[in-house]
Structure formats: C-alpha cells, structure tokens
Design a protein around this ligand. Sequence first.
Ligand code: SF4
Length: 278
Amino acid sequence: MSVEYIFTSCLTALSPSRLPGLNYSLNPYTGCEHGCAYCYSPSVFKDQSIAESWGKVVRIKRNIVETLMQEVHRKDRGVVGLSTVTDPYQPVEKNLELTRKCIEVLLEHDFPVSIQTKSDLVLRDSDLIVPKKFDVGVTITTIDPELARLLEPKASPPDARAQVLEEFSGRGVDTWIFLGPIIPEINDDEENLRKIVEIAAKTKSKVLYDKLNLKPWVMERLEPVLESLKPGLAGRIPPTISHGHDYQKIISSKIIPLCRELGIKCEAAFASGAAGGD
Ligand code: SF4
C-alpha cells in the first residue's frame, strides 16, 4: 500500500503532556505509516478523515526543527516524549531525519528524551542516544512475526525490536518494553507473555503493560484482522474488556508473577488515566 506524504507546518513543537513521566510530547509527523490495526492515536485528533486515512497519509511538519530551536530557549527543561501519537522512526524518517534533528537540538539544550518506537531505525541514531539523557522504549505485542505483520504491518518484526533493546541496554541506556495492547484471545496467552518478559529480563528492561483500548475508530480497523484470525472474536471483545469484567486485573495476574519470577520491574501503563498513542 502506498503512502501519501503531505508537507505541513506547525506552530508548536513541544506540547505539554499528561502522560506519566513526561513533561512534553514531540510528534514530528501527524499520522503513522506503521498502520497498526489497534492504534488509537487517531482518536486524539477527533477527526474522522485523519482516522480513515491512518496508515495511508502522513503529514510532515516541515518546520518542526526550527520551531523547536526557538522553544528550547523559552520553555522550562523537562522530559520530552518522542513520540506520543506517531512513531518517530516510521519509514519516512529514514530520508527526512526530522526526528534525528530534533534529538540533536534537545541533546544540545539538555532536555531529557524518552523515545518509544516499533522500528529498528532508531539504531541509526545511537551516536546521539546516550545514557542518562535518553531512555528507549520498544513496543512488543507478540513474538510471532506473522501475527505482528497482521497487527502492525509496517513496523519492524519482533526480533528486530528485541535487538534494539539489546543494543541500547548494552550501551547503558535505560530501556523498557511497552507490552500492549493486550488483546483477548490474540496475544494474552501465557507463552507469548512469558517470551516478552524473557526479552525484558535479557535486556534489563522494565515492562509497562496495557490492555486494548477501544477508543473511537479502533474497532473499525481492528475487526477485519480479528475476524481473519478468529471469526466472532470482534463481538466478544467489548464485553470482555469492559470495566465490569475487569480484564486489566486478569492480565495483571498473569504478568506480575512472570515479572517477579524473572526479576523484572513492571507496572500497568497509564494507571493515572492518561493515555498515549504509540
Ligand atoms: S500504534 Fe504507534 S506505531 Fe502503530 S500506527 Fe499507531 S502511532 Fe504508529
């Protein structure tokens, strides 16, 4: 599937963030060509056309580096989340290097950066991503490459993501795994969860976990994938993960003992109620 790229400009580079551990969010792109079937970033924009074109259209904030260069002089220092509603290392970044240039500015002005990605392109910037000033988080939903291809069509395969953690952890950079979204009957089996926690143990990465979030437009994109895997599952999922059923407690009861057994720190993501995109 081809992706349409549209150049736009932005008024702000650093936006205040309510996400745990972040002061700002920085999103060089609007839209994400990784095109994950469960992505709920479109709901942040509250715009049907953005939701319907998610994965097919990427807007490029052509002046984000210049905007950031001005803001770093007048905004208080704080942790910058890169990124919260897009993937900073999606394929278009390979040529444009907007993320890399933003990182250079943030590093020079002493803003700590928390990176979250599903792409091994982040390794390109390992000359800039140094211990103490950066942490690197990688989302891993499944260790099955075929399932990953269905859920996250253009992201790096799971073993390449594990390699990212190995490389950065080996260089002394703090690393973490975002284990989510956990989807009933798709990736919530003990074997999958154990293998992901084992990657965390091997790479000394903290685990943050989260269940599927059925924000607006999620089910429209996820349903065909679910139906191709398990006919009828799409109808069973909303009642399973609703507050009444408390699916979060069920996944906690699976993940916490695994992390304890392997000596890994873990916690439920967004326990404060805030929500992220990637
Ligand atoms: S979940 Fe993250 S990587 Fe996937 S499409 Fe959404 S923003 Fe991109």
